[in-house]
Design a protein around this ligand. Sequence first.
Ligand code: HEM
Length: 434
Amino acid sequence: MYSIDDPASAATIYSTQNVFPKSKWYFTFQQPDEPNIFSTNSNKYAAEMRKKYKPAYDAFHMYESSIDNCSNALVQKLSELSESGESIDIGWWVTCFAFDVNGEITVSYSSSRSLIQQLNEIQFSKRFGHLDNGEDIGGIVAALAERLDYVSHIGIYPFLHPILWKLIMALTFITNKVDSTYVFAEQQIADHQRRELEEGKSSESPDMLDRFMKAHRADPNHFTKNDVLIGGYTSIVAGADTTKYGLSAAIHYLHEYPETLRKLRSEIDELAAEGKISDPVTFEETKTMPYLNAIIKEALRMHSPTGFPLWRIVPESGATLCGHYFPAGTTVGVNTWVAHYSSAFNPDPDVFRPERWLEGSGEDLSMMNAAYMPFGMGPRNCQGQLIALMEMAKVIPQLLRRLDFEMSSEWETFNHWLVGHKGLNGKVRLRVRD
Ligand code: HEM
């Protein structure tokens, strides 16, 4: 396996023309023999699946109100917790936010509540419910973390996966442990369908699953039931952890670099005073906030949520990368962390400096952009990137408008394919205006 540090090679490896398929490393993200859009090494199958899911992802702006609901709930929860004056695990509440957003946009309904409860709690009835009490609903956060530990180790020896999987399934009888991520998704989808049948559902703001179901009903042979399941499953497992780490990183770095926080707050306050942004800020309005966007870009550079090379297989043609010939079948990839701390960001790749994206021009900016790949590159890049960017752009201003954070210095990172963190802790106070 070759980890390659060279933007020109990245363009070749992730080209849309001579597509390098994903390596078998990704197989551990699927049940053996059940490829999904994320794990498959078939270029054809991946392209077909992406096409099927495209309308639901293209409708990203329809999910904006879901983000507002969860953002309000997060601010409210942190405001309540601020009353104790104690240090809290802010990272955990960001996790709850990210999972609830993904729940709401994907399947809309929580299985953790009874129907009566859900009907009584109109405002919050659509989330998984993590933000309500800070509980890991359905154990999905823990299950995903376990899955990432598994893939990051077994992915190196993918031939072990079918054997180990059988073993794990056999042990299920003893330990009562199953692939909870899959079960969780299946259960959420079944709940969604049952509610749809029992109550009907407003078509005002269809979630992703509504869209998948509609496509399935229109042409069940083309958009199969399994496609519906895979679409829901992938959105849940690919979208929440990644966004939580991006968002946590932004909060962390803003407080490590107080001048960036001050400048961002000025941008927010000035635009609000001039009546140019709403409360909550709309995604459209965030496009007029250059400093906010530079901060998000820089946070995803400094702390890219994926931490392993995005492995691909050199196709039949062979490939020349960094002046070396690699025969067909060789595993090659670019690690986003290597690319994001490369010489393209000289002289200060280790410094959180959002200004680099605003001041850079010409060749410098092109070099940075060529090396920048938090959402991957090419035909298998992130299908949910606009949803993730919308989440981050909308919630960060809301948090900073209402709250002050006094962060501890316990931030630590670890890599299990996604680069996680511990210790995003601190005291939260209702904001005192400058
Ligand atoms: C900051 C947040 C996010 C980051 C940094 C991120 C990053 C990535 C990356 C790097 C890939 C490509 C992996 C590879 O080439 O091996 C990817 C794929 C994918 N992501 Fe995201 N992602 C984020 C959020 C989301 C969200 C919110 C969703 C859905 C709601 C999503 C859905 C997907 C899907 C479906 C794929 C597979 C695409 C394919 O293989 O064709 N992601 N993501």
